[in-house]
Write a protein that binds this ligand. Structure first.
Ligand code: ADP
Ligand code: MG
Length: 205
């Protein structure tokens, strides 16, 4: 990463996003925010790639499990399972979900890209997501629907959750020469300190 303006994150439009005809809608939301797509490819992951993608350290398993437990608690249900146990079970379902394919994989760059993309994507559980986010606006799934069916929650988009996760996932999905280092004209408006000055000069002429 060059500076914080060049933070990178890996985004997948998951198989339900592709099948629902939402590729364009999802891309538009990231583009309109001012984020930059620097790599993009449609791919059909095999179980090896899906397993690697969802291979997570113990600490992330705990987080995934705890998020699930908290979501149930909000609805007054005490899920009597250990976070790691939940996560390992979810991992298996995720491989099935992702290999249903195809997916659209991309690298997105910009200031606070990881946080911004996660905000636009919305909460993991669409039922708990804020209106205006992708998971709230475009889908209707919840843990309550997915768990009894023993399937992954279908939430249209994957987005890296941390710098370490982003680096690992970008390496997994893209070769270095597939990532394009370029500037968008709008970056001047988004980030340049001189922009107001340059505008003033132009309008005064
Ligand atoms: P996020 O996508 O918000 O980073 P996680 O990394 O915790 O979420 O989990 C990865 C994916 O696993 C989620 O996007 C969702 O599709 C699925 N998932 C997570 N928890 C559960 C669960 N308890 N039951 C079913 N699917 C789940
Ligand atoms: Mg995650």
């Amino acid at each position: 990463m060059k500076t914080s303006l060049h933070e990178r994150t890996l985004v997948l439009i998951k198989p339900d996003g592709v099948q629902r005809g939402l590729i364009g809608e999802i891309l538009t939301r990231f583009e309109k925010k001012g984020l930059k797509i620097i790599a993009m490819r449609m791919a059909w992951p095999d179980s090896g790639l899906a397993q690697k993608h969802y291979d997570m350290p113990e600490s992330d398993k705990i987080l995934l499990g705890e998020r699930t437990i908290a979501s149930y608690k909000e609805k007054g249900v005490d899920l009597k399972k250990k976070p790691v146990e939940i996560a390992e079970n979810v991992q298996k379902r995720l491989v099935k979900y992702l290999t249903t394919g195809p997916v659209v994989a991309m690298v997105i760059e910009g200031a606070h890209a990881i946080q911004n993309v996660r905000k636009i994507r919305g909460a993991t559980n669409p039922l708990a997501a804020d209106v205006g986010t992708i998971t709230a606006d475009y889908t209707i799934d919840s843990y309550f629907l997915s768990d009894p069916d023993e399937r992954a929650i279908r939430n249209l988009v994957h987005a890296s959750g941390s710098v370490e996760e982003a680096n690992r996932e970008i390496d997994l999905w893209f070769k270095t020469d597939e990532i394009n280092d370029y500037e968008l004209a709008i970056e001047k408006i988004l980030y340049s300190r001189e922009w107001e000055g340059a505008r003033k000069e132009l309008t005064q002429k």
